[in-house]
Write a protein that binds this ligand. Structure first.
Ligand code: PPS
Length: 573
C-alpha cells in the first residue's frame, strides 16, 4: 500500500491548542457576573465552540477590524496567515453603543451559561454588501451565505481575544463528539499516521462510501467521517437523521478503519473559500488529507444554477496546498455505471456506457412521493432512516401562507380553505389570520418594519411547530417584506410543506372594497404607514400560487389551492 503522510503538525498554542484555561475558569465565572453580556446566536455559538476548542487555530478570538479587512481582501489574517472566512461577532446597535473598546464582556449561551469572556479591542460597522462580494463573490440573495449575512446578521461587529470558561453543551450523540485534542489523541492511540477527512452535509450513500474507500486506498490512510452538524444550508436533511445514516454505513468499511465524529461548524456555503477553510479546520483536528469533491460547499440559485465552477474549490485549495499543511485528495463526481455494475469517477467511464445518478432533489422527490429508491443508489438501512424521517407528503404537515395587500381577500379565502380542509379531515387545521394574531400573539406591536417582521416571524414560528407536528397551518397576514417571508419559508420547510399564496388583487380593487374603512383613513392622512398607500408591499416572486380575487370567487380561489395540494401529493387525489 502506498503511504503518503506528512508528520502531523501539533499546534503551538497554549493549553494544547484551545482557549480554555481550567485554573482560571472559576475566577472568570465570578468576574462575568458583573460584565455586560451578549446572548450568542446559534451561529455564534458554533463559531465560539470552534474558537475555544482550537478547531479555528490560530485564531484567538473573534476577528478585529484589521484581520477582517485582510481576510476579505486577500484570504489572510493581517499577519499573513492563510485564513479565508471572516469570523466575526455581530451585535445590535443598542448593545454596541453600551460598550467601548477596552471593555470586557461575557458571552452567553442561549440557555444562559457564560461560555467565555471577550476583551473587546474593535467595534465597527462593516459594509456587509462589500463583505458578500468579497467572500461569496456575489450579492445575489439566493446565495444562503449572502442572505444570512444581509438579513440574519446584526449591523455592528465587535472583535477581541477570548478566554474560555466552558464549551457549549451538547445533549445529543455525545459518543460522536470530539475536540481537536481528543481526536488527535485518538489517532495517536490507534497508531493512525495517515487520516483522510471527509466533509459532508448530506446523508452518505453508496457513491460516498466508494469515494472515501478509494481515498483511503490512494493515500494509505484511515478515514475520518467528519459531517457538519452546526449549521448547513437551508433545506438540508436534519442532522439527527443524517447521523443515523452515517452510523448505518460504518459497517460497509473494514472494521476499525473509520472514525465518525460530528463537527459543530456553522457553514457559510462559500464554495472555494469554504473548501480552504474546511481544510484548515481538518488539519487542526489532526487529519493529514482532506477530500475535496465536485462543487465543494457550493449552493445554487433559485433556477438551479451553481454559484461556483465545479472545480474552482479544488483549484483554490491546490494553490495553497503547500502552505496548508494538509494534502488535498481531489475527486471528480462518482457515478454508477449500469453496464459494469459499479461506481466510477466521471472521467473513467468508458465511452457510451450507461450512467445512472440521482440528484439530491430527485431523491427528495422519490421520498416525498413514497417511490422506490434503487438498491444501486443506497443501502437499505440508509433508505429506511430517511423514510422514517421524510414520510410521503400525504403524511406530512404543511403551511399555506397567504400574503397580499389589506382587503385583498386573504382572510376570506383562508376561511373557506379552512372549512374545506376540515371537511376533508386528514389533519388538524389552525387558522392564523392577520387580525387574530395581532389580537392574541402580537397585541403590543405596531406597523413599523421591525414590528411587522417580528409579527411575521412569530406567525412563522407557530406555523412551523404546527407543521412539525403533522398539522395544517393557514396564515393570512399582509407579510409585505420578501426577506421575512423567505425566512419563514426556511423555518417551516425543514418540517413539511410551505405553500406561499400571493393574493394579487390589484390595489384599486382592494381600496374600493376597503372592508374596514382603513384605506379611506390612510388617504385622509389619519393612519400613517398603511400598506399600499404610504408603506411598501414587495410582491413575491417565489409564490407557489398567485390568486386574483377580482377574478375568482373565494370558493374558486380555495378550490385552486386544494387542486395544488392534491397535485403535489399533500392531499388524497
Ligand atoms: S403585517 O404587516 O403582516 O404585520 O400586517 P398584519 O398583521 O397582517 O395586519 C393586520 C391588519 O391590520 C390592519 N392595519 C394595517 N395594515 C397595514 N398597514 C397599517 N398601517 C395598518 N394598520 C392597521 C389591516 O386591516 C390588516 O388587515 P387585513 O386583513 O390585511 O386587511
Amino acid at each position: 500500500m502506498q503511504t503518503d503522510h506528512q508528520p502531523r503538525e501539533e499546534p503551538a498554542f497554549p493549553h494544547g491548542g484551545h482557549l480554555l484555561d481550567k485554573p482560571k475558569t472559576k475566577k472568570l465565572k465570578q468576574e462575568a457576573v458583573y460584565l455586560p453580556s451578549w446572548d450568542l446566536t446559534q451561529r455564534q455559538v458554533c463559531d465560539l465552540e470552534l474558537l475555544l476548542n482550537g478547531a479555528f487555530f490560530p485564531l484567538e478570538g473573534f476577528m478585529g477590524k484589521a484581520d477582517y479587512a485582510s481576510v476579505c481582501e486577500r484570504l489572510r489574517l493581517s499577519n499573513g496567515t492563510l485564513w479565508p472566512i471572516p469570523i466575526t461577532l455581530d451585535v445590535t446597535e443598542g448593545f454596541a453603543s453600551s460598550i467601548s473598546e477596552g471593555d470586557r464582556i461575557a458571552l452567553r449561551h442561549p440557555e444562559g451559561m457564560v461560555l467565555a469572556v471577550m476583551a473587546v479591542t474593535d467595534i465597527w460597522k462593516p459594509d456587509r454588501l462589500a463583505e458578500a462580494e468579497a467572500v461569496f463573490g456575489t450579492t445575489n440573495e439566493d446565495h444562503p451565505g449572502v442572505f444570512s449575512l444581509l438579513h440574519q446578521t446584526n449591523p455592528v461587529y465587535i472583535g477581541g481575544r477570548l478566554e474560555g470558561i466552558e464549551l457549549p453543551p451538547h445533549h445529543t450523540f455525545k459518543h460522536l463528539r470530539h475536540t481537536p485534542a481528543q481526536l488527535r489523541a485518538k489517532f495517536q492511540e490507534l497508531g493512525w499516521e495517515g487520516v483522510v477527512a471527509f466533509q459532508t452535509r448530506n446523508p452518505m450513500h453508496r457513491a460516498h462510501v466508494e469515494l472515501t474507500k478509494r481515498a483511503m486506498e490512494e493515500t494509505g490512510g484511515n478515514l475520518l467521517i467528519h459531517p457538519v452538524v452546526g449549521r448547513t444550508s437551508p433545506g438540508d436533511i436534519d442532522y439527527f437523521t443524517r447521523v443515523r445514516c452515517y452510523e448505518a454505513v460504518l459497517k460497509y468499511y473494514p472494521q476499525g478503519s473509520v472514525i465518525l465524529s460530528l463537527l459543530p461548524l456553522a457553514m457559510r456555503m462559500a464554495g472555494p473559500r469554504e473548501a480552504l477553510w474546511h481544510a484548515i479546520i481538518r488539519k487542526n483536528y489532526g487529519a493529514t488529507h482532506f477530500i475535496v469533491g465536485r462543487d465543494h460547499a457550493g449552493p445554487k440559485d433559485r433556477n438551479g444554477n451553481p454559484f461556483y465552477e465545479p472545480y474552482e474549490a479544488q483549484e483554490l485549495v491546490e494553490k495553497h496546498e503547500k502552505e496548508l499543511g494538509i494534502k488535498m485528495v481531489p475527486f471528480q463526481e462518482m457515478v454508477y455505471v449500469a453496464d459494469l455494475g459499479k461506481y466510477m469517477t466521471r472521467d473513467e467511464v468508458p465511452e457510451g456506457a450507461k450512467i445512472l445518478s440521482i440528484s439530491g432533489t430527485e431523491l427528495r422527490r422519490l421520498l416525498r412521493e413514497g417511490k422506490r429508491i434503487p438498491e444501486w443508489y443506497s443501502y437499505p438501512e440508509v433508505i429506511e432512516a430517511l423514510r422514517r424521517e421524510y414520510p410521503p407528503r400525504r403524511q406530512q404537515g404543511f403551511t399555506v401562507f397567504f400574503t397580499g395587500l389589506p382587503s385583498s381577500g386573504k382572510s376570506t379565502v383562508a376561511q373557506v380553505l379552512m372549512t374545506k380542509l376540515m371537511e376533508i379531515g386528514t389533519r388538524p387545521v389552525t387558522l392564523l389570520d392577520g387580525d387574530i394574531v395581532r389580537k392574541h400573539l402580537s397585541s403590543e406591536l405596531g406597523f413599523s418594519k421591525r414590528d411587522r417582521d417580528l409579527n411575521i416571524t412569530r406567525i412563522g414560528f407557530v406555523a412551523s411547530e404546527i407543521t412539525k407536528n403533522g398539522g395544517i397551518a393557514i396564515c393570512a397576514p399582509i407579510a409585505p417584506y420578501d426577506a421575512t417571508r423567505r425566512q419563514v419559508r426556511e423555518m417551516i420547510s425543514q418540517y413539511g410543506g410551505f405553500i406561499l399564496v400571493y393574493v394579487a388583487t390589484p390595489l384599486e380593487v382592494c381600496e374600493k372594497r376597503d372592508r374596514k374603512g382603513l384605506y379611506a383613513k390612510a388617504r385622509a392622512g389619519l393612519i400613517k404607514g398603511f400598506t399600499g398607500i404610504d408603506d411598501p408591499y414587495e410582491p413575491p416572486e417565489d409564490a407557489e400560487l398567485v390568486i386574483d380575487t377580482a377574478e375568482l370567487s373565494p370558493e374558486e380561489a380555495a378550490e385552486r389551492i386544494l387542486d395544488y395540494l392534491r397535485r403535489e401529493g399533500y392531499l388524497p387525489g
